[in-house]
Design a protein around this ligand. Structure first.
Ligand SMILES: Cc1cc2nc3c(=O)[nH]c(=O)nc-3n(C[C@H](O)[C@H](O)[C@H](O)COP(=O)(O)OP(=O)(O)OC[C@H]3O[C@@H](n4cnc5c(N)ncnc54)[C@H](O)[C@@H]3O)c2cc1C
Length: 538
């Protein structure tokens, strides 16, 4: 007897409950859209995989109230020590970057996903495990897939929007015939999560350029726990199998470093070949690619999971507004434009870094070591490297989803498309950071009034509120000291936040839900705000 296929519909179907899919489901829910989230796995991931939670991701987690768990459960990393096996040749201090989180956190991906899963579940979305998408069809205004459950039951789901978060080997990307350039870097890395009796600082990553290749050790959140990442040159790589024996790692530690090779208790070992790949489009009709499905790269620099999480954080609010009919498809296109540019940069950077750290000829290694010495001396370069690997230099100034209507001559401060600056302000409850005062979904509009009384901006605030409607909240920031601070007003007594925004006269800054500036304009004119919102509706 054959069972009839079930037919269902959904406004948004997310395929893949890895970090990207979980983040996207949570972001959609936070912005008022309940998506379906399916994954062919029988449950959450157990492998430690991505270890680095980088600065911009920590800032994002902070916005979602998750940074505390991530920092508590992981190992904060404040620097990288680079040596040639005997002496330190360079060091990188992550604290050089201006961020509320001037460090990275080493946390196994399994725990990061657990934290995200709890968050997603709290927001009302339960992943449907054991549900595999086996066929895809996309046409015009909808897209449909056939899904098969573990018990063999099949379902055809028609979705207004389908988001493929199904990883680097995305079946949906293939089915939608979205091509893309990809190439192997021909570098194989061996990886092991082990215990080691090393007396090394546990707040730093060790990178050792040994006789044959590069060796990195990252502290893991368990006693004496280390993640080893070794660039492997041997011809016998296939004989090592998918999970190389711990003896291989002991041998390499003894041969390449002066560290004690008495490794024990391997939780996970693996090997992988670095591959660079980016989809030529992140969208085909109503199907959108996100995370590794759209781009994947060498793990040097720990960018993969972080980039996927930022994709989802960028797409979530946009897709929610489109599904709710409050915005047009231009906003989805802006996701593609903003994030494919980021992916391009990440690919370029990780490829360069991978090639640099895995140089094998003695001459090129000497050159690399020379560059490292130089880098160690040029602190500005160090700060740039830290910012770029921490994800802090990402900006969307060329995006269609931002607008600059600031009329002042020689504007200073951040431009639309930059991350909204933070700072301390006082509201009716006391001092707090701006980013925490603004927490919550939707746009946030700041009216800077300088030395004016809040009342002088009341009319402008009311007009802005009327234009913004349910899309966001309006706040006034003034420098005037006052005893009783009214609701919706922040006091910037010393003018620090005004300075950070370059608000040397009454100004309006609209902060998008993902923390980037969407609009900069004069405080008293709502025409630019209307123009910005009209853009979103295109
Ligand atoms: C060894 C290793 C080390 C890494 N180290 C780092 C690091 O230090 N830092 C970093 O940022 N990144 C790192 N990465 C990369 C990181 O793991 C990925 O970038 C990240 O997992 C991507 O998340 P994602 O959600 O986009 O895809 P994935 O995590 O791959 O999730 C895709 C999900 O889709 C599901 N799926 C696939 N096809 C279907 C289908 N047809 N139907 C239903 N479900 C489907 C899968 O079961 C899976 O759960 C590492 C990766 C590896 C392998």
């Amino acid at each position: 007897m054959t069972t009839e296929m079930r037919h269902t519909t959904s406004p948004v179907l997310i395929v893949g409950a890895g970090p990207t899919g979980l983040m996207l489901a949570a972001e959609l829910s936070r912005h008022g859209v309940q998506a379906r989230l399916v994954d062919r796995r029988s449950g959450p991931v157990r492998e430690s995989r991505a270890l680095a939670v980088l600065m911009r991701t920590l800032e994002t987690f902070d916005d979602l109230g998750l940074a505390g768990s991530v920092v508590r459960d992981g190992v904060p990393i404040i620097g990288i020590q680079i040596s040639d096996g005997a002496d330190e040749v360079a060091s990188v201090e992550l604290g050089k970057a201006e961020s509320p989180f001037p460090f990275s956190v080493a946390l196994p991906q399994s725990r990061t996903e657990e934290i995200l899963l709890e968050h997603t579940t709290r927001l009302g979305v339960e992943p449907e495990w054991g549900t595999e998408v086996i066929a895809w069809r996309g046409d015009g205004d909808s897209t449909s897939v056939i899904m098969r459950r573990a018990d063999g039951a099949e379902e055809e789901c028609t979705a207004e929007w389908l988001v493929a978060c199904d990883g680097a080997h995305s079946m949906i990307r293939e089915a939608a015939r979205i091509g893309g350039a990809g190439h192997d870097l021909n570098r194989t890395f061996l990886l092991a999560d082990v215990r080691a009796p090393w007396r090394l600082p546990r707040d730093r990553i060790q990178v050792i350029f040994g006789g044959h290749g590069v060796f990195a050790a990252v502290p893991l959140p368990r006693p004496d726990g280390w993640r080893l990442v070794i660039d492997y040159e041997g011809d016998d790589v296939h004989e090592l199998g998918p999970h190389p024996d711990i003896e291989v790692f002991r041998r390499l530690v003894a041969a390449e470093t002066t560290l004690d090779p008495a490794l024990s208790d391997p939780l996970w070992t693996t090997q992988f070949t670095a591959r660079q790949q980016r989809a030529e489009r992140f969208r085909s009709g109503r199907t959108i690619l996100c995370g590794d499905a759209a781009h994947s790269h060498s793990p040097v620099g720990g960018q993969g999971m972080n980039t996927g999480l930022q994709d989802a954080y960028n797409l979530g609010w946009k897709l929610a507004l489109v599904v709710q009919g409050a915005a047009g498809e231009m906003l989805i296109d802006s996701y593609e434009q903003e994030r494919s540019n980021v992916a391009k940069q990440v690919l370029r950077r990780t490829e360069r870094a991978t090639k640099a750290v895995t140089l094998h000829s003695p001459v090129s290694r000497m050159m690399r070591d020379g560059v490292l010495h130089l880098l160690d001396r040029i602190r500005r370069a160090e700060e740039k490297v830290v910012r770029s690997f921490g994800g802090l230099n990402i900006e969307y100034r060329d995006s269609p989803a931002v607008l600059d209507r600031w009329q002042a001559a020689g504007p200073s401060g951040p431009a639309p498309g930059d991350v909204a600056p933070d700072g301390f302000l006082r509201d009716r409850n006391g001092y707090e950071t701006l980013r925490h005062l603004l927490r919550g979904p939707g746009h946030r509009l700041l009216l800077f009034g300088g030395q004016q009384q809040p009342a002088a901006l009341a009319e402008a605030a009311d007009r802005a509120r009327a234009v913004l409607g349910s899309l966001g909240r309006v706040f006034t920031v003034v420098r005037k000291p006052m005893l009783d601070v009214p609701a919706g007003v922040f006091v910037d007594q010393h003018g620090d936040v005004h300075r950070r925004y370059g608000a040397d006269r009454p100004a309006m800054f609209l902060i998008r839900p993902d923390g980037y500036l969407g609009l900069r304009a004069d405080a008293h004119d709502v025409t630019p705000l209307r123009e910005y919102l009209d853009r979103l509706r295109q």
